[in-house]
Design a protein around this ligand. Structure first.
Ligand code: TRP
Length: 451
């Protein structure tokens, strides 16, 4: 019990909303969403993604916050405690372990990509994109990823930034970071949307994002949209659970969830509106994959008025977004280590950071020395870890959370922890968890695997 009383909490409900939004808004929104929308045909994919957010993401996010807040502990201990309380099998605590593991795996590649954004802030400010032609820009990117030592240096720097924040704890670390980073992000994003409006082809951007062409949609695209809904909302691995555990009783889970999900979605769409109009105006290719924001976009900025300033701002935005997310990816492990082994936060943060750093070497090498090594079903280690975590582990983790809260948890406990909602809203949420979310996950899995 002593540990529980010593546990830190967010200073207010708003701090939780900020932190959870900071976790949700990340490379997923600004780097990944635009390129997967580009690869999967735009409008129809965006529609499926929005549906997945509303019908599956929102109920599961509420469930995950609920577990964390009731548990008041790290994800492993929370799931052990709540399984015991419900008289359920101990195996449910695998949800917590799974989360710690998925956090390490996701952050191991997330940090390498975030390292690129650090490199690009420096390059953008140095004027490297100005008047360079597209082959030169592509070469800049190719040279960066081809050099394992440079990738390693940026990965190391980004992991250091992440570790320093979590080492300082909940209020002096996590909360302070998001209080600075989020307003910065929002300001930059609005500025960039304004810039795209003035200098880009907004009509083409809007048409691309919002005109559905269902012929471009395969089951694999649907799986990617579903996986991305989990990824972008930070669901299925304990980030939101551990953030929920720093929340005090008495604030509404339902409205908090809606705010975070809405903020994340609006920011993803705004990022699309900052990027696609510029890409279209310059006549560039939207389906260029992970290189979209690192090759296509600098190429566009390099030819536009004020491009040096706005291009640098763009990568700064990406860096802030990645930073406020990476701290939530590592927090489940740090909370678990420090509470389980009673070591200090700086110690736990250093250890978790070191584990992630080592795992990140596989991603560093995937872009150069191992690029042609594809031992994992035709994927290199980076592609494999990305696919495994986003498309399999997160939906499975989310499924388990939905089933636990929907079917296994005592209904009195569930009701007590959730808000005094209108019964219709409560039941919509409950049946969303019990039936809609699990069915959707299973149908999409089935079709992606056997379809
Ligand atoms: N949501 C973040 C993004 O969009 C990444 C992230 C942070 C995450 N915590 C997570 C993804 C937990 C999955 C699970 O970039």
């Amino acid at each position: 019990m002593a540990i529980e009383q010593q546990r830190e909490h967010w200073s207010s409900r708003w701090a939780f909303v900020l932190a959870a939004t900071g976790s949700a808004v990340g490379l997923g929104n600004i780097w990944k969403f635009p390129y997967i929308a580009g690869e999967n045909g735009g409008g129809a994919f965006v529609l499926v993604y929005l549906l997945c957010i509303a019908a599956i993401g929102v109920p599961i996010m509420a469930a995950e916050i609920l577990l964390g807040r009731r548990g008041q502990n790290n994800p492993v201990a929370t799931m052990q405690g709540l399984a015991r309380e419900a008289g359920a099998a101990r195996a449910w605590s695998l949800i917590g372990w799974f989360g710690v593991l998925a956090g390490f795996l996701i952050l191991s590649y997330y940090s390498v990509i975030a390292g690129w954004t650090l490199a690009y802030v420096v390059r953008g400010a140095g004027g490297a994109f100005q008047q360079a032609d597209s082959t030169e820009i592509s070469r800049l990117f190719a040279d960066l990823v081809a050099d394992p030592e440079r990738l390693l240096a940026w990965h190391t720097l980004f992991m250091a930034l992440t570790t320093v924040v979590v080492a300082r704890g909940v209020s002096a670390g996590l909360e302070r970071a998001v209080r600075l980073l989020l307003p910065g992000m929002l300001g930059i994003l609005l500025l960039l949307v304004g810039y795209a409006w003035v200098e880009g082809d907004v009509g083409a951007g809007l048409r691309f994002l919002f005109t559905p062409d269902f012929s471009a949609l395969s089951w694999d695209s649907v799986l990617i949209a579903l996986g991305h809904a989990f990824f972008t909302l930070s669901l299925g691995m304990g980030s939101i659970m551990v953030y929920g555990s720093y929340m005090r009783r008495g604030s509404s889970i339902a409205s908090t969830t809606l705010m975070v999900a809405a903020a994340d979605t609006v920011i993803a769409l705004l990022a699309g509106l900052a990027i696609f109009p510029i890409v279209f105006a310059q006549g560039l290719e939207v389906g260029s994959g992970p290189g979209l924001v690192f090759e296509t976009l600098p190429n566009a900025f390099g030819h536009m008025p004020g491009g040096r300033f706005f291009g640098t701002l763009f990568f700064l935005l990406l860096l802030f977004a990645a930073w406020s997310s990476s701290i939530s990816l590592i927090e489940p492990a740090v909370a678990w280590m420090s509470e389980r082994f009673r070591i200090t936060r700086p110690m736990a943060a250093g250890l978790s950071g070191a584990v992630t750093w080592v795992l990140g070497l596989a991603t560093v090498l995937s872009f150069n020395l191992w690029a042609e090594k594809k031992p994992f079903w035709g994927m290199n280690p980076f592609e494999f870890v990305d696919y495994l975590t986003a498309n399999l582990m997160l939906p499975l983790g989310g499924l388990a959370i939905a089933l636990f809260v929907g079917w296994r948890m005592g209904s009195a406990e569930r009701r007590e922890e959730f808000d005094a909602l209108h019964p219709v809203a409560y039941n919509a949420w409950l049946w969303g968890l019990r039936v809609v979310a699990p069915t959707a996950v299973l149908v999409v899995f089935y079709n992606a695997v056997f379809g």
